[in-house]
Write a protein that binds this ligand. Sequence first.
Ligand SMILES: Nc1ncnc2c1ncn2[C@@H]1O[C@H](COP(=O)(O)OP(=O)(O)OP(=O)(O)O)[C@@H](O)[C@H]1O
Length: 366
Amino acid sequence: MNRAPAIASQHAELTIHGVSKNFGAFSALRDISLAVKKGEFVCLLGPSGCGKTTLLRIIAGLESCDRGLIAQAGRDITHAAPNQRDYGIVFQSYALFPNLTIARNIAYGLKGRAQDQQRRVSELLDLIGLSALAEQYPSQISGGQQQRVALARALATSPNLLLLDEPLSALDAQVRAHLRGEIKALQQQLGITTIMVTHDQEEALTMADRIVVMNHGVIEQIGTPAEIYQHPASRFVASFVGHCNWLHTQAVSSQQVQLGRHTLATHHANALVQGQHYDVFIRPEDIELLPQWRNDPQVGLGKLRQLELLGSVYRLRLLVTEWDGIELEVIISHREMAQLRLAEQQLIPIYLPADKLRCFLPEVSA
Ligand SMILES: Nc1ncnc2c1ncn2[C@@H]1O[C@H](COP(=O)(O)OP(=O)(O)OP(=O)(O)O)[C@@H](O)[C@H]1O
């Protein structure tokens, strides 16, 4: 195999090219290719077992790949030992040494003069805002603080790559949300190339510059959070990232589908195949509730079945008999709620904007 062009062609901090991994007969990763730019924050997102941790471990040299190439800053590191690679790593469990103080934990990987080490540790303690806790032991500080210490330890040697393996998943929701912002701010401040594994779509959407959505050992889509959310490339991505409604339809023309008694215009990059079944997707916040009925093929009448306040927004469930008896989830703002004056069992006109209706072929069951 000619490896050189793959390395040279990317102006990337990290290049992954055609990586595959099997565990016995099980294929954990298949032909994974990805280029991560310098300073970029990339999230590997996917359900449990999709291979994201295996990929991170291969990047770290903690696992070998069966095929493919990994290069960092143009250097082929596919077969390099972990200590021959240039990265810091944070795991889900804080993995701090319980018998060492916070300062000693951070200093653990540092080499050189004691004075220089001390200076570096103070810098890092400052960076994570824990200078006052330098002489405490891990058991004396909170989970969120421990994870900040783990982060400082990973950054201690000033690596060019930061690997984060579900770093927030052991923390409770509030700490997690707070630390999310802190890690992102720190990453931007340092400009360090970062790859984070997560199964939490909200985490990926809020933190990543780009998200790599994985499923069954393959990459389903690579894109910015907005691209992934607004233009999912597959049915899996649409379902995994964010909430959605699925309408089971059949194409009646290159642009239109039949849903119950209605013919709906849809958005689709390629022409639909007449007679083919399509699953049409729409986000709950893209469905519009109208103050009054309008004669439009995109408008149906829904009966309000459930109304919930989710805090900043309301979630409604509406049954639309004329659209094949589908139950739709709709999200509206407080302002819309005040304008609509809704009551349970009320009939409400629902508008489905054509440009928000995206068509996917139904999943073929194995
Ligand atoms: N050392 C191993 N031996 C055998 N199978 C493995 C090994 N490591 C991982 N696997 C399998 O490979 C698949 C991918 O595992 P991996 O840990 O990468 O998934 P993941 O997406 O990170 O999921 P999770 O979030 O649950 O860790 C899983 O089915 C797992 O059981």
